[in-house]
Design a protein around this ligand. Sequence first.
Ligand SMILES: [Zn+2]
Length: 262
Amino acid sequence: MTDLIPLDAHAHFAPSRRAEELADAGAVLASTLSLEEAAGAVRRREANVVWGVGCHPRLPQAQAAFDPTVFAKLAEGTALVGEVGLDVQWSRVPIDDQLRVFRRVLCEVAERPRILSIHSYTATRLVLDEVRRTPVVAPILHWWTGTAAETREAVALGCYFSVHSAVARRSVFRTSVPPERILVESDHGWSDPPAAIPCRVEWVEHLLSVRLKRSREEVRRLAWRNLATIVRETGTRELLPAQFARMVDEYGRLGEDPARLL
Ligand SMILES: [Zn+2]
């Protein structure tokens, strides 16, 4: 359908995965769950994977071990911060502890912009309040469950939305989110086979193409164009793997030229 490589804006890989296993996964923004995991991940050099520095709000151990100095040091060397954020319904970490970590992350990213993947499941109001209090460049909301009003508020705050299949079915993505704020993700789990990612991304592209009344190819170009905008606005191009940066340049441009859109 397209010669563009699929772009997955949020996935997880087990640290034991070898580079060869990730080669067929497409272009992936790979979030980590803890600073411990991130410390190993950011040293890796896969051409198609951007590794993030994260501290997942559902993981008590990761949250308890969060060290702002270590976080800042790790985030210095990579373009991506994620997965971070807040979770009310499924996390056993007290919300005050989650807030303490998330606020430190936002302060750091406000000073040193990064591609930022924020877990917002059932914590939409809290996440918006924090982003309003500490504005960051182009935050990306992952697992967005907000109302239409909250979604419009998030758009006004400059947020992007990385969408997986469960989220893509929600009508707010037709009614309240401009196409230029959408990214596609697999929400691929640690132990799933990485080669399954392109197939999952295609499924989300299909769901979005129905919602947005665009072709699947156009949705993919849109995702690349939107990532190119985020990379430009956050000034993170030099931190990307060289081949990944070239894809962002080339594919991001394709999406910007209306004559080349289907
Ligand atoms: Zn995740």
